[in-house]
Design a protein around this ligand. Structure first.
Ligand SMILES: Cc1ncc(COP(=O)(O)O)c(C=O)c1O
Length: 323
């Protein structure tokens, strides 16, 4: 039996999200096409409500909590973007939000979650630590846990992005997607393979946090000791229990990119597309714009997954680039 998220669940999520999220633009640049030797379409989720695609899954999950009227607070663990998305969605449904973030989380992301009225708690440094903390808190009566990726409603929400890509670029032959815990790619791959099975789905991880790549090599979920990358949304140390079988079934190829390539790509996206993208959001583009990439001659949709970058971090990146 297929592990994929059913197309009907993705359609239901689309209906739930209608009027709440933006239909984000798909951007093109002749210069970048020439650089890649391919036709590229950049799906710009940096322009999404809350600054990343995460609102799709979080809102879809939280929308179903009305069936549990005892719930008054949602809790989650997040490096930032999912936290922001949960905080936004909770506010829309009149619920409180408690967000567990890693020590050293991006101040821009933390401030944004707090601005939506969430309580933010710093805890540990690895995804495993903060997930355990959030799950423990969720045992409190009246609390409900909103998983960042390993959940069918979250994946169905992220899958709506795949449906939008197929509509915006009907003759696409490849879709390139960043991977953290794997919820985004699991949702997108489910949508794409349901409607257009011949379209290739490619996942991209930072070289310092390639949990899905290592797991595929091993044929089972492998947990890395640490995940190290400037792409803070992609440093998850192990793919999800639910997301990994979908990745195995529906993702055709897994690639890794270096932090240097991500940094260079952020500047290319600023100068060529005039868009501000966070490191995690630039990883898929880095895989396509790097020398020796396998996409020449193809028609490629590239997911730009988020744009929440700290101004100070941006200045550091500029300095590092010229060092
Ligand atoms: C900007 C951005 N892109 C991609 C991802 C990866 O998403 P997933 O964990 O669903 O693979 C994240 C996760 O936080 C993110 O913040």
């Amino acid at each position: 039996m297929s592990a994929m998220i059913p197309w009907e669940a993705i359609l239901e999520a689309r209906a739930t999200l209608a009027g709440v999220i933006h239909q984000t633009p798909v951007l093109q640049s002749r210069g970048l096409n020439a650089l890649a030797g391919a036709d590229l379409w950049f799906k710009a989720e940096n322009f999404q409500v809350t600054g990343s695609f995460k609102v799709r899954g979080a809102f879809n999950h939280i929308s179903r909590l009305h069936s549990r009227p005892e719930i008054h607070t949602v809790v989650t663990a997040s490096s930032g973007n999912h936290g922001q998305a949960v905080a936004f969605s909770a506010q829309r449904f009149g619920l409180r939000a408690h967000i567990v973030v890693p020590e050293g989380a991006s101040p821009a992301k933390v401030q944004a979650a707090a601005a939506y009225g969430a309580q933010v708690e710093y805890y540990g440094t690895t995804s495993r630590e903060r997930l355990a903390r959030a799950r423990a808190l969720a045992e409190t009566p009246g609390f409900a846990y909103v998983p960042p990726y390993d959940d069918d409603l979250v994946m169905a929400g992220q899958g709506t992005l795949g449906a939008e890509i197929l509509e915006a670029v009907p003759d696409v032959d490849t879709v390139v997607v960043p991977i953290g815990g794997g919820g985004l790619i699991a949702g997108i791959a489910s949508a794409v393979k349901a409607r257009r099975p011949t379209v290739e789905v490619v996942g991209v991880e930072p070289a310092g946090a390639a949990g899905a790549y290592m797991s595929r090599q091993a044929g089972r979920r492998v947990e890395l000791p640490v995940g190290v990358s400037i792409a803070d949304g992609l440093t998850t140390v192990v793919p999800g229990e639910r997301t990994f079988p979908i990745i195995q079934e529906a993702v055709d190829r897994l690639l890794t990119v270096t932090d240097a390539a991500i940094r260079d790509t952020m500047w290319l996206l600023i100068t060529r597309l005039k868009i501000l993208v966070e490191p995690s959001g630039a990883a898929a583009a880095a895989a396509v714009l790097t020398p020796d990439q396998p996409f020449r001659g193809r028609r490629v949709a590239v997911v730009i997954s988020g744009g929440n970058v700290d101004p100070e971090r941006l200045a550091e990146l500029a300095v590092a680039r010229h060092a």
